[in-house]
Design a protein around this ligand. Structure first.
Ligand code: 13P
Length: 252
């Protein structure tokens, strides 16, 4: 069975000292959680601080982005070589990166392959905009982003990839997908993964992201093809994030 995975994407929030305080609150509140993988993704500048706060706990660390090159003249960027050994996971292809920073599928694919090469686990984000959804293009968009993002990835490597289905219209809007729609899309993604990677797809984790809260998490996370959540706003409040993690039920 798939280990459920809940990740908090803190986005561009929290100073270093605030990040430390939040991580300590989460360590305390999530001490008893054993079966769900929990990943904290603070901004780059707080990675080492949060890493020390969660040392010797079950909590894992993730970055929110990275460049695909190991080093060089890329002012302001962070490389996979720098993240290897520091974090376990790296969020790639988030819709905010696609939308505000012009990242395309080819660049995201290079990042995914670079992450895998360096032993990092990519959380590859895919999702349709409201306009695409209304035009009935959701499956086509998911299929394109998924296959382009995973081009050149082997089945062995795919087992280390997490997919996050994040409909853009649900991000930060307070309007989450219904549990039934989240299930439907995640099942579609799994079918695509299965066509591409064979039986490995049954072991790959697919998260839902977009306005997940303590109030709606239980129903969404109970869906058979939803293996966890990628949480934005609600991951910034310890109580709320703890409630989301605790709402994961065993699917055995
Ligand atoms: P919200 O949970 O704030 O809607 O953000 C979701 C998200 O983008 C996580 O990556």
């Amino acid at each position: 069975m798939r280990t459920q995975i809940v990740a908090g994407n803190w986005k561009m929030n929290k100073t270093v000292s605030e990040a430390y305080d939040l991580a300590i609150e989460l360590v305390t509140g999530l001490r008893a959680v054993r079966e769900t993988e929990v990943v904290l993704c603070p901004p780059f500048v707080s990675l080492t601080t949060v890493k020390s706060a969660i040392a010797n706990t079950m909590l894992k660390l993730g970055a929110q982005n990275m460049h695909d090159q190991d080093k060089g003249a890329f002012t302001g960027e962070v490389s996979p070589l720098m993240l290897a050994g520091l974090v376990d996971y790296v969020i790639l292809g988030h819709s905010e990166r696609r939308q505000h920073f012009g990242e395309d599928d080819a660049f995201i694919n290079r990042k995914v392959r670079a992450a895998l090469r360096h032993g990092l686990r990519p959380i590859l984000c895919i999702g349709e905009t409201l306009a695409q959804n209304e035009r009935g293009e959701t499956e086509a968009v998911l299929s394109t982003q998924l296959h382009a993002g995973l081009a050149g990835v082997t089945p062995d490597e795919a087992a280390r990839v997490v997919i996050a289905y994040e409909p853009v219209w649900a991000i930060g809007t307070g309007r989450a997908a219904t549990a039934a729609d989240a299930q439907d899309r995640c099942a579609y993604i799994r079918a695509q993964l299965s066509a591409r990677f064979g039986e490995v797809a049954a072991a790959m984790r697919i998260q839902y992201g977009g306005s997940v809260t303590g109030a709606n998490a239980a129903e969404i996370l109970a869906q058979p093809d939803v293996d966890g959540a990628l949480v934005g706003g609600a991951s910034l409040k310890a109580e709320e994030f703890i409630a989301i993690v605790r709402s994961v039920k065993s699917k055995l």
